[in-house]
Design a protein around this ligand. Structure first.
Ligand SMILES: [Zn+2]
Length: 311
């Protein structure tokens, strides 16, 4: 063997040795990471041989957690929780998200809840209602129409209330005319909302309720079946304020009606905030006070709420 060959071999061996040392160091880092993340792995006798295996395991784990984080963030959005963990890495964000979402789900599943729901707005009459809600720090759900005042719609969204679908035109003879009409009308409303506040509501309420005189079985079944396939859900109510009746009830009557709905764990109250009929801020204040004193929690409608269907 000549000197030149010997030099090449020595150099190659040094490069191999050096590379092995680097890979070994990197493998140790991967092992440390797997321990930190709680990933199970086989400990080989020669660690460097597992370098790529470990690397894959970590990247799979990261991908899984990122998908999970996305779902958790959607829940945060649904429950109106503050979940801004952008500054944390995927792992720390995940443990925070899991904790915060679980805590809220436990609360939603165990407590007594009252859901304040407002139909036919928003209109000019919504502003004082929003003031009362903000003052009492309670969220509500708004089933809106296309007549909605855009500025108020943005305020509803901004203040953590839920925007839901009622009807674009709210004209019974049009929307219940054919079985497809209500959905066409609803799609128009969807576009309106998307344009104004960039949300896509999935909850809806039939004008007049699912058993209203205009909502025929055919229309309701077709609508519910078609929309439920797309992940939609409709909500009737088990407590009505009577604020759309004639003659208009006064504050005292409104409070009396809305607080005589029994003690069930879940009370969905029907209010109106349309321009023609609405609950007064004073009555709303009294109703909130009553349910707070009775130990009820307040929430927007969410996937833990058992839908009430008249039909
Ligand atoms: Zn209505």
């Amino acid at each position: 063997m000549n000197r030149k060959k010997l030099l090449i071999i020595t150099f190659t061996l040094i490069v191999i040795l050096f590379s092995l040392l680097i890979i070994n160091h990197k493998t140790n880092d991967l092992v440390k990471q797997m321990d930190e993340y709680g990933i199970k792995y086989e400990k080989g006798t020669i660690k460097v041989l597992n370098f790529f295996k470990y690397k894959n395991k970590i990247s799979e784990f990261k991908k899984e957690k990122e998908v999970e984080n996305e779902l958790l963030l959607k829940k945060c959005d649904e429950y109106k929780l503050e979940c801004n963990f952008d500054k944390l890495d995927f792992f720390d964000a995940n443990s925070k998200l899991v904790k915060i979402v679980k805590k809220e789900e436990d609360r939603l599943k165990s407590g007594k809840f009252v859901y304040l729901t407002f139909d036919d707005g928003p209109s000019k009459k919504t502003t004082p209602i929003l003031d009362v809600l903000a003052k009492n720090n309670v969220p509500a759900t708004f089933f809106i129409t296309c007549k909605s005042d855009k500025e108020t719609l943005r305020r509803i969204h901004r203040e953590g209330h839920l925007i839901a679908l009622h009807s674009c035109s709210h004209k019974y003879d049009e929307i219940y005319e054919r079985k497809e009409s209500y959905i066409n009308d609803l799609e128009k409303l969807q576009k309106n909302i998307k344009k104004a506040v960039d949300v896509e509501p999935k909850y809806y309420r039939f004008p007049g309720g699912s058993n209203g005189y205009a909502t025929t079985d055919t229309v309701r079944e077709y609508t519910a079946n078609t929309l439920q396939k797309r992940g939609y859900e409709y909500f009737d109510w088990n407590c009505s304020t009577g604020d759309s009746g004639y003659p208009r009830p006064n504050d005292e009557q409104l409070i009396k009606t809305a607080t005589s709905c029994g003690n069930s764990k879940q009370i969905i109250i029907l209010f109106h905030d349309g321009i023609a009929n609405s609950t007064s801020p004073k009555a709303l204040e009294g109703i909130i006070k009553y349910y707070k004193e009775k130990g009820y929690n307040f929430s927007v409608l969410n996937s833990n709420t058992k839908p009430i269907h008249f039909k």
